[in-house]
Ligand binder design. Structure first.
Ligand SMILES: [Zn+2]
Length: 288
C-alpha cells in the first residue's frame, strides 16, 4: 500500500495543523489587529465629521478657551461624504470641494435664527441633509434653544456678525477684530457645551481683504456663495426654485435666508428644490 503522504509532507502537515506557539501568537495578534482596523474604518465612515479633520483645523487652536471642535459623538445618525472641516485661510470660500463621484452642493442660510428656522430644520431633517447657518449673534443669544437645535441636527454654524453690521468690512482692523471676536464668542458659547464656528459671512457680502484676514485670525473661514436665490427679496417660490435650477453646478454654495423677514417663500421653495437637486444626483455637504 502506497502511503498517502511522504514523511516530509507529514512534518509540514503537522506544522500547519499544530504550528509552533510563536506562529499561533502571530496569527492571533494579526487577527485582532485586522478586526480593530476594520472597526476603526467603519466607525470613521459612520461618524461623519471626523476627529482627524477637526484636529487639523487651526480654528481649534485659535478658538476661545472652552470651545471644542465637534467630535464623532456630535454627529447625527446619518453620515455624509466629503465633509472635511474648512481650512482656515483668508481666502473667500464660494464652492465646496467635490470629493465623491457624485456632485455636491452646500446649502447656506443667513440672518437667523428666526421663527422660520424650525421649518427649515424640519425640511432638512426630513431629507436627512445638513446645512450651514450664518447666524446673527444677538438673535442667537436671544434664542439659544434654536441654536441648540441647529447644532443637534448636525448643521454647522457661521458667524454673520453680532448685529448684521454691513460696515464691519470698512472699520479699522482693531475694531473689526473686537466685533468678530464678540460675535464668534457669542455664537460658540450660546449652546452648552460650546461648539466651533467654522465660517464667517460678511453681511450683504461686503467683504474687504482686512475682513477676510481678521475672520481667519479669529478662526473662521470667509464664506461666500456661488448661487444667489435672492429669496430675501421675496420674488415668489417659483423664482427661488428657478434660481437654483438655472445656476446650480457641482460644488455650488447656495444662498438662502431663514431670517431677516417673512420666509414662507424660502420654506416652500426648499420643499420643491431639495428633491429636484436629489433627482439631479446632487449630494449635500458643507463648504470646504
Ligand atoms: Zn445677512
Amino acid at each position: 500500500m502506497v502511503p498517502m503522504f511522504t514523511a516530509r509532507q507529514r512534518v509540514i502537515l503537522r506544522q500547519i495543523v499544530s504550528p509552533p506557539y510563536i506562529y499561533r501568537w502571530a496569527g492571533l495578534v494579526t487577527t485582532i489587529g485586522l478586526m480593530v482596523g476594520v472597526t476603526v474604518v467603519v466607525l470613521a465612515d459612520v461618524g461623519a465629521p471626523t476627529v482627524v479633520a477637526a484636529g487639523a483645523n487651526p480654528a481649534v487652536s485659535s478658538a476661545p478657551a472652552g470651545i471644542r471642535a465637534r467630535t464623532v459623538e456630535d454627529a447625527p445618525a446619518f453620515g455624509m461624504p466629503g465633509e472635511a472641516r474648512p481650512a482656515i485661510t483668508p481666502s473667500l470660500l464660494s464652492v465646496t470641494s467635490t470629493t465623491t463621484d457624485r456632485p455636491t452642493v452646500a446649502l447656506t442660510f443667513d440672518d437667523g435664527p428666526s421663527t422660520f428656522t424650525p421649518q427649515v430644520l424640519d425640511i432638512l431633517a426630513e431629507h436627512r441633509i445638513r446645512a450651514t447657518f450664518c447666524m446673527i449673534g444677538n438673535q442667537a443669544v436671544a434664542e439659544p434653544a434654536m441654536v441648540q437645535r441647529v447644532v443637534a441636527g448636525g448643521h454647522r454654524l457661521c458667524d454673520h456678525t453680532f448685529t448684521h453690521d454691513a460696515t464691519v468690512g470698512s472699520v479699522d482692523e482693531g475694531l473689526m477684530s473686537t466685533q468678530l471676536g464678540r460675535s464668534h464668542q457669542s455664537l460658540a458659547t450660546v449652546v452648552n457645551p460650546p461648539v466651533s464656528v467654522d465660517y464667517f459671512r460678511a453681511p450683504e457680502g461686503k467683504w474687504s481683504p482686512q475682513l477676510d484676514h481678521v475672520a481667519a485670525a479669529t478662526g473662521m473661514r470667509p464664506l461666500g456663495w456661488s448661487v444667489d436665490t435672492l429669496d430675501w427679496t421675496q420674488p415668489g417660490v417659483a423664482s427661488i426654485v428657478q434660481a437654483v435650477q438655472r445656476s446650480v453646478h457641482p460644488g455650488a454654495v447656495i444662498l438662502f435666508h431663514d431670517g431677516g423677514g417673512p420666509r414662507e417663500q424660502t420654506v416652500e421653495a426648499l420643499r420643491q428644490v431639495i428633491p429636484w437637486l436629489q433627482d439631479q444626483g446632487y449630494e449635500f455637504t458643507f463648504p470646504t
